[in-house]
Design a protein around this ligand. Sequence first.
Ligand SMILES: Cc1cc2nc3c(=O)[nH]c(=O)nc-3n(C[C@H](O)[C@H](O)[C@H](O)COP(=O)(O)OP(=O)(O)OC[C@H]3O[C@@H](n4cnc5c(N)ncnc54)[C@H](O)[C@@H]3O)c2cc1C
Length: 466
Amino acid sequence: MTFHQATAPTAAQLDALRRSFRGEIVTPDASGYDDARRVWNAVFDRRPALVVRPSTVDDVVAAVRFGREHDLEIAIRGGGHSAVGHSTTDGGIVIDLGRMNVVSVDPDRRLARAAGGALLGQLDVAGQAHGLVCPVGVVGHTGVAGLTLGGGFGRLQRHFGLTIDALRAVELVTADGRVVRATEETEPELFWGLRGAGANFGVATTLELELHPFDGTLYRSARLHPVSEIHELWPVFRDFAVAAPDAVATIFGIGMAEPAADYPDSIAGRPIVIVSYNHSGAAENVERDVAPLLRGPEPAVVRAGPQPYLEAQTSADLSMAWGGRSFILGGYVDDVSSASLDAIIEHVARVPGEGSVSISAQGGAIGRVADDAMAFTGRTVPFDISADIAWQDPALDDACADWVRDAMATVVGDLLPGRYVNELSDAGAEMTRSIYGDSTLERLRALKRAWDPENVFRLNHNIEPA
Ligand SMILES: Cc1cc2nc3c(=O)[nH]c(=O)nc-3n(C[C@H](O)[C@H](O)[C@H](O)COP(=O)(O)OP(=O)(O)OC[C@H]3O[C@@H](n4cnc5c(N)ncnc54)[C@H](O)[C@@H]3O)c2cc1C
C-alpha cells in the first residue's frame, strides 16, 4: 500500500472523526501538539498530521479507519520507547494509547490485564500488591505493549521466562477495523506471530499476562574491574552463565568509568568490565548460587545488597528519562573471542557519548521453550550482545550511531543468526530478515497477508506481505 496524502486531513474530515471519537485529537495548530508528538528518543523529532489519543476500543477502530480512508501512515504508540522511531511519523496519524493504560489484576487467577498504553511500572506495582509479578523490562516508563509484542527481557526472565511466555491473550484491532481476541486456542497462528513480531498485525488494546508468585526482593551486585582482567573474567562469566541457576540473571558489561570522580583512581576515566547479577530466589541460596561467578580477580569496586523489586525496577527511570538521544543494536553469540574482547575495549575507549557493550545471559526458563513456539527467535542461544549509546547533542547523532554500528562490527565473527527485535535502531528488509531468519519470515509473511495484506501497519520491523 502506498500512503500518498500530501496534505493534512481537512477540517471537515476532522469534524467527522470528532463526532464519534471520545478521546483526544491533537492537530498541529493545537497548543499541546509539541508535547503530543514527542517520543522517548529525541532523535525522532517528527511532525504527524494528527495525534489521536483514544479512550475506548471503538476510538481505536475509528482511528485505524480514519488513517486508512485518508491514506495516512499509521504509527501506533504504547510507551513511546521505540529504538527506531516507529511510534511516530511525519505527516501521518499517531494512535497514542496513553489514555488506555489501566492495569488490573485477578490474584486468584494470577492474571493481569494491561491496556495497550500501560507502562511497565504500573504492571509491576499492580502485581506486587498481591505478591505477584510478570517478568518485564528494567525501566518503569517503557510500554507493556511494545516490549511484550517484541519479546521482553529483564531481571526475572531466566527465572520465569520472557514476557511473551507469560502472555495469555491479546485483544487486537486489526487493519480492517475488526476486534479479535488471539490466544493459543482462538487464532493460534495470529497469537504465534504476535509473540515476537506483534507490532505488525494490529493495535493491541489489551494484553492478558500470567503472573508468578514473587516475594519482591532482588539480591543484586555489580563488580567493577579494570579491563586488563577481561581475559580472566570472560571465561568465568561464560561458563557460569550457561549453567547458572534460573534465579540468577547476569550481565557482562564493558563501559567507561565515567564521570571519573565517581570511581577510584585505579579505574577512573578508563574502560572497565562490569559483572553484575540479580538473584531473584531465596536469600539463603544467593551465596551458594553466585559463588562460581565470583572466582577470579578481586574487583576494584563492589556494589552489592538486597533491594526491593519495585525500587530496582524504577532505579533507572530518571537516568533514562524522556528527551535524551539513543541508539542501540544487538545480536546473539554463544561465545566472544579474545580478539573480539580486545577490539571491544579499544572501541569503548573511543566512545563519543555514554556507551557500552553488554553481554546478557539468556538460558534458564527462556531456553526451555522451543525456538519455533513463537515468532520470537534466538531464545536457545546462550547470550544476547548489544551495543548502546546515549547522548544529548544532535550534532553527535551520526558519530554515536556509527559508534554502535562499529561496535557490533567488532564482534561480527562471533554473531549467530537472529536478533532481538526490540533492541535495533536500524531497520529495513535485510534487518527484518536477520531478526527472524528465512523460514520464520516466510511464515510471518503468510500471516501478514491474512491479517494486513495492504501493510497498513508498517511502522515496525516490517513483515512485507508481498
Ligand atoms: C529506556 C528503555 C529501556 C528499555 N528496557 C528494555 C528492557 O529492559 N527489556 C526489553 O526487552 N526491552 C527494553 N527496551 C526496548 C523496548 O522493549 C522497546 O523499545 C519497545 O518497543 C518499547 O515499547 P513501547 O510501547 O514503549 O514503545 P512504542 O515506541 O510505543 O512502540 C514500539 C513498537 O511497538 C508498537 N506498539 C506499541 N504499542 C502497541 C500496541 N498497543 N499495539 C500494537 N503495537 C504497538 C509500535 O507501533 C512500535 O512499532 C527499552 C527501551 C528503552 C528506550
